[in-house]
Design a protein around this ligand. Sequence first.
Ligand code: F0G
Length: 457
Amino acid sequence: VHHPPEPFRIKIVEPIKLLDRDAREAAIRRANYNLFSLRAEDIFIDLFTDSGTSAMSQTQWAAMFEGDEAYAGARSYFRLAEVIGDIFGFSYFLPTHQGRAAENILSACLVKPGQYVPSNIHFDTGYANIRDQGGHPVNLVIDEAHNPTLYHLFKGNMDIQKLRDFIKQTGSDQIPFGMITITNNAGGGQPVSMENLRAVSQTYKEFGIPFFIDACRFAENAYFIKLREPGYADKTPLEISREMFALADGITMSAKKDGIVNIGGFIAMNDKTLFEQASNELLIREGFPTYGGLAGRDLDAMAVGLREVLQEEYLAYRLGQTAYLAERLRELGIPIIEPPGAHAVYVDAGQLLPHIPQEQFPGQSLSVELYLEGGIRAVEIGSLGFAHPDPQTGQMVHPKLELLRLALPRRVYTQSHLDYVAETLSKTAARREQIPGYRLIYAAKLMRQFTAQLEPI
Ligand code: F0G
């Protein structure tokens, strides 16, 4: 299969180094077997996240020099407002320092204790922000999403029948807003089709429920629609994006993904009352509404990044790179979620390590071994991050899949880096029987994966 070469060349380089095996063992022990606690300099290839880790272009760096650091009404704000208006089309927006700040503000404004917020699958930060207000996040993705080998073009779609049933059963007065995540990160980075977005939008509208999109990877989702959905082949990613967002009442956005910046985010909406309420929340938590916790130069970098991410050559390279890694892993017999998404390849750790039960975190085991084998950092998306107590019974509910995510920062690693990753994972899998499970020795109540301490069993 042909994958397009990088539509850029390298102008600034950042050296990386592979520690020897003894040093890697010492480092992971010091980190209590949690890769969040490693020092970044102890890592050779960092596929922990595609969030805030991407390489900015020369145009973005140049734009930063023009950043206007005025406290209020800076030129940077108006430049960003123009871009956001053009792509997303909502009446109002507020910059935030990152995505979870936007989620926090939305939940603080709208969620009352005991209420429910449906989505395909909430990402952990949105999930935690809803729970933090006493609400219940609910995941209503199509059943196909839980079958890792089943090929489905839009595995991030929401199950419309489940959504309708859920709303009728719960009562729309108990649902302050509904969401959908594009692409569906916690479900394998899978896209949502325009047809499904339309149906979700109509359903929420029918019941008078405001509809918000978690839009972190909107450009990648738009490009999947272009490639896979009938009627979109001749539309540009920008046109497709506009069509997606015209269906919603607002979005939360982490620009650390498809804004191609190292920090930044925003919330946008059409409702004036919500905007006023959100502005007040923003003033308490983030800053004045024209900068929202960011420097003027950050707003300028975001304005340029949001344009660059919609370029077709970029998106073709981006999706091609992920597809290349997936092909290599497939050839080497590593089980992955099919088809791969755009920002990451998800290894099915549960299937690779069947001797490790879910309570012993097979995804975490694999992440530790991959670091030990070749200095690669990836992230567990499984029971460590997503198991939660059932609100009624208090019993631990485990996620359906135990995954290890290899996320690709944008414009950062080359094809030979990806070859190294595939070969290292293959060596790790070759000695799978010797890989131990883990137990927790420390866990926080919410988002425990970030600070958990573990030990091998
Ligand atoms: N929504 C989705 C779908 C995300 O993937 C993330 C972040 C957020 C919201 C929160 O954004 O980090 O700017 O506050 N995901 C990162 C990841 C952390 O690694 O997938 P943030």
